[in-house]
Design a protein around this ligand. Structure first.
Ligand SMILES: [Cu+2]
Length: 149
């Protein structure tokens, strides 16, 4: 009986701890950054389930929106307003690709790997093969980002 109670205590503590350690990250939207023009920075982010990312309109004229078919099954899509900050909490494991809607043709995209990125990584890589036909420049940018996952 004593062991049973201590097991429950451990489980409750683990639950509380996992929430206490959920982290907040920031991604800035920039006209110019380390990867070139029209970029999210950092462009590739690896986080844990339950973490939150705030997309910051450091330069105006950008947004952050998840791309249909390039997020894990069951994950919530998001669409930030133009020049608006948007905060997203990631509750599903897998690989997420998102875009700046007006600059998609300039390959303004980013990748977030949540926990085990392999859940949908091959499906995302396949979709990226099609998506890059919409890029007029930096056509290998998304492939490069996904190589890093
Ligand atoms: Cu943009």
């Amino acid at each position: 009986m004593k062991n049973y109670r201590s097991l429950i205590t451990v489980a409750v503590l683990a639950f509380i701890t996992s929430y206490a350690f959920a982290e907040d990250f920031e991604v800035t939207m920039l006209n110019q950054g380390a990867d070139g023009v029209m970029v999210f920075e950092p462009s590739v982010l690896k986080i844990a389930v339950g973490d939150t990312v705030t997309f910051k309109p450091t330069n105006p004229g950008h947004n952050s929106a998840s791309i249909a078919g390039m997020i894990p099954p069951g994950a919530d899509a998001w669409t930030g307003g133009m020049s608006q900050e948007v905060k997203v909490t990631f509750t599903e494991e897998g690989t997420y690709v998102y875009q700046c809607t007006p600059h998609l043709m300039m390959a303004m995209v980013g990748v977030i790997a949540v926990g085990d990125a392999s859940v949908n990584l091959s499906a995302v890589k396949d979709a990226a093969g099609d998506k890059k036909s919409e890029f007029m420049m930096a056509t290998d940018r998304l492939d490069g980002y996904l190589e890093g996952i």
